[in-house]
Design a protein around this ligand. Structure first.
Ligand code: PLP
Length: 484
């Protein structure tokens, strides 16, 4: 059976359910499959999303029974998304947009965070520690509402989300404070995101083994696997649209932050999906662009706040997993590179691994000015409305068009309505102030429907009004634990 191990210690193997429960290996490494399973497109040409998901989950999540996989997939996707395709492909201009934001909170993170809680719950059902799991998350935006929705009423789990009082949008706040579910709590932290995150980390350490805590952030292997599915689904849609014949290659442009989304694309490619190039599209935080150009990862640079905030990141955690695979599972090497990153702030990839990286990946960085130009020109030219993250990926693909003649798919990671202020500004019709007015203004200007989950969030009554200082986080976690 396929097993997983820590990217920093291949002698320590675990099953997939164990990795999902643990999140991170005891040595601080991320869990990786020891080898990448084979899937391919044979027999999938007419498959719907859940059928593809069954195939991908069975291959990449050994140790889960077929029944557990079936329950997880149906619980995550059946009737929960705005369209039956789950992740539709829409032709726009000379390329295709893969819409990943049709889920229950209108965020790309819904796809993974709808499945992860169910994978955790199934894994817990088989282990000897009978306690429920409390998921504790500090969020600066989209992850909070997607995680609340994903864990909502999942047996054996509870969740508490801390958000900073300053630095999130009104729509994002309402999506969390008016969220539904009996096993959820939401609490503001008086301070910024950093205060919230540091407070949560300290509370984690103090509580120790006293409670069974976990996190919903993107290093969990159970969050990665559901993302492999939509690369297959997109490819098969292109076949049905007549854009490629089965076996011909397709390129993907991916707006990248923590490297989870694009890594899932690489797993799809290695498992037999005909993928040409994976374009790692970054904003002004261009750590990965430099890495793909020079083979050197250097986080010692200025952190920039941009119009695509979910990609503002200097350490892309999931890159560690790719290092493991590109060095043929040399966990001693990965461990020393990660030590160098922590201690010196940089490392250089071994030459052979770097050569392999360049066979699959391209990297382009796009500034805020180009992002806004792209939103405007694509809307005028094709009628398609991009959010700022998707606009980065669209623009990046412009820079490498001639590459190999294969069609391009741009991954759309947010609804333009989640960033209505920026989008209005880019279209030359800025509307100051509050979220509700901006949503209405964007609808009037573009004629596009506001996603139902966003308008619903604005209508629901606020349930959670608590706010704490950093010191109050631990008590809030203990109280949330009583709901388990
Ligand atoms: C999280 C996020 C990303 C980045 O995805 P990674 O898997 O972290 O690379 C891009 N766009 C949006 C809108 C996101 O929420």
């Amino acid at each position: 059976m396929l097993m997983l191990c820590s990217a920093r210690d291949s002698s320590r193997v675990v099953s997939a359910p164990e990795s999902v429960l643990r999140g991170l290996a005891p040595d601080g490494g991320l869990f990786v499959p020891v080898r990448i399973p084979r899937i391919g497109i044979e027999g999938l040409l007419d498959a719907d999303y859940c059928t593809i998901a069954r195939k991908v989950f069975s291959a990449f999540l050994p140790g889960y029974s077929p029944e557990a996989i079936e329950r997880s997939i149906l619980g995550a996707y059946d009737g929960k998304f705005a369209c039956p395709e789950i992740t539709p492909v829409v032709p726009a201009g000379d390329r295709y947009v893969l819409e990943l934001f049709r889920g229950p909170t209108a965020a790309f993170k819904d796809i993974a965070l709808s499945a992860l809680p169910r994978l955790m719950s199934e894994a817990r059902a088989n282990d000897t520690d009978g306690r429920g799991i409390l998921v504790v998350t500090a969020t600066s935006g989209d992850t909070g509402s997607a995680a609340l929705n994903g864990f909502r009423d999942v047996p054996g789990t509870g969740i508490i989300v801390f958000y900073p009082e300053y630095g999130i949008s009104e729509v994002q706040r309402l999506q969390m404070t008016a969220a539904q579910g009996a096993n959820i709590s939401v609490c503001a932290v008086r301070g910024n995101f950093d205060d919230a995150q540091r407070g949560v980390k300290q509370a984690f350490t103090r509580i120790g083994d006293g409670m069974r805590l976990s996190s919903a952030n993107s290093i969990n292997y159970g969050r990665l696997v559901p993302q492999i599915v939509y690369y297959y689904a997109a490819y098969l849609s292109l076949v049905r649209l007549g854009a490629v014949r089965p076996g011909e290659k397709v390129n993907f442009s991916v707006p990248t932050g923590n490297f989870g989304d694009i890594l899932a694309g690489w797993y799809a490619k290695e498992s037999g999906l005909p993928v040409g190039r994976l374009l790692c599209a970054s904003n002004a935080n261009d750590v990965l662009t430099a890495m793909i150009r020079d083979g050197r990862y250097d986080r010692m640079r200025k952190f920039r706040t941009t119009l695509s905030p979910s990609m503002d990141i200097l350490v892309s955690s999931n890159f560690e997993r790719l290092l493991f695979h590109l060095t043929d599972g040399d966990s001693v090497c990965v461990s020393s590179l990660m030590r160098s990153l922590a201690e010196q702030g940089s490392y250089t990839m071994p030459a052979e691994a770097f050569g392999r990286l360049r066979e699959s990946f391209l990297g382009v960085s796009v500034g805020d000015g180009e992002t806004k130009d792209t939103i405007r020109s694509v809307f005028r030219g094709t009628g398609y409305l991009l959010d700022p993250h998707t606009a980065v990926a669209w623009r990046a693909a412009d820079e490498v068009r001639e590459e190999n003649g294969a069609p391009w798919v741009v991954l759309a990671t947010a609804s333009p309505y989640k960033f209505a202020g920026t989008v209005l500004d880019a279209l030359g019709e800025p509307v100051p102030g509050d979220g509700r007015r901006q949503l209405e203004a964007l609808r009037t200007l573009t004629g596009k429907e506001i996603p139902a989950p966003l308008s619903a969030a604005l209508e629901r009554p606020v349930r959670f009004r608590d706010s704490v200082d950093r010191d109050g986080i631990e008590a809030a976690i203990r109280k949330a634990g009583e709901l388990l």
